[in-house]
Write a protein that binds this ligand. Structure first.
Ligand SMILES: [Zn+2]
Length: 280
């Protein structure tokens, strides 16, 4: 909650890509990575990239990793975008749920994983420029610090702090792992499993939902990396100045954290080929 409050504070001005507020958010995430003793790849914690046509715009991902003990050359990439919409006039779009919540859960996951050396290596990737076209995750996939074939899974976290009107949290991409669904289903009654249609775009349970463009897992999926996407769906304060930390549902956030942790515990017990198996 403290991390969500900091990321969505007025000082960070809605964390629009390229703004001073986004720079402050980056400095905060770097400080948290340092506290968590995450390792940096050769270029340091930041991955600067350009995007857009003509007048190129710049964004910057923040990434660090924990080295695994059993399969250190196999990586799980945990993604959560830290950018948001910035301001309109004097109104700040705080982006507490979208996506302070995902970044906070990612940091909490790093803190838990580092207590015992994990089986896999984990890259924690806070992406920039998600809101205007998933550019941070595209940049990572285009210039990953490890071979894409060594990435066994992308675990994407986006909007974990607010239930939709049915009180639900959604997990997309688990169809290839029936044992994971079996492990989660009894413990998480509010977790709804969505199944995307293989290489297609739509989710069977909600044909209007464009799964590949919904968040940062899309570029990973297109590059052939298996994905699990934990996300909330739109709520009345989605993409409004009212997405504030005071409106985060702590019980829901806690449930989301537990569901993510359960999933990670499950995947820590699987061999790399099980995770990498092609989408069902
Ligand atoms: Zn988002």
């Amino acid at each position: 909650m403290t991390d969500i409050e900091t990321l969505s504070s007025a000082a960070m001005q809605g964390r629009k890509t390229g703004s001073a507020g986004a720079e402050l958010a980056r400095q905060f995430i770097i400080q948290r990575y340092t506290q968590l003793q995450l390792k940096a790849f050769s270029q340091g914690y930041q991955q600067v990239f350009n995007y857009g046509f003509g007048d190129k715009k710049a964004g910057s991902n923040v990434l660090g990793y924990l080295r695994g003990c059993r399969y250190p050359e196999h990586y799980v990439v945990v993604t959560a975008h830290y950018d948001h919409l910035g301001k309109q006039g004097r109104k700040i779009f705080h982006g507490a749920d979208d996506n302070g919540s995902g970044v906070a859960v990612m940091l909490a996951l790093a803190a838990k994983l580092r207590q015992n050396c994990p089986v896999y290596s984990y890259i924690f990737l806070a992406t920039d420029a998600e809101e205007n076209g998933l550019y941070g995750s595209k940049a990572f996939v285009a210039a990953a610090p490890v071979p894409l074939s060594n990435i066994v899974l992308n675990l994407n976290l986006d909007m974990l702090g607010r239930p939709d009107r049915r009180g639900r949290l959604y997990l997309t991409g688990a169809k290839r792992y029936p044992q994971l669904i079996a492990a989660l289903e009894p413990a998480f009654s509010k977790l709804q499993f969505l199944h995307h249609r293989g290489p297609g775009r739509m989710v069977r349970d909600n044909p209007r939902y464009d799964w590949l463009n919904a968040s940062d897992h899309g570029p990973f999926h297109r590059a052939g990396v298996a994905c699990l996407f934990f996300g909330g769906q739109e709520h009345p304060h989605y993409h409004t100045p009212d997405d504030t930390w005071q409106r985060i549902d702590k019980a829901f956030l806690d449930m989301a954290m537990q569901a993510v942790w359960h999933s990670v515990q499950w995947l820590e017990h699987q061999a790399p080929p099980t995770l990498q198996s092609p989408a069902a």
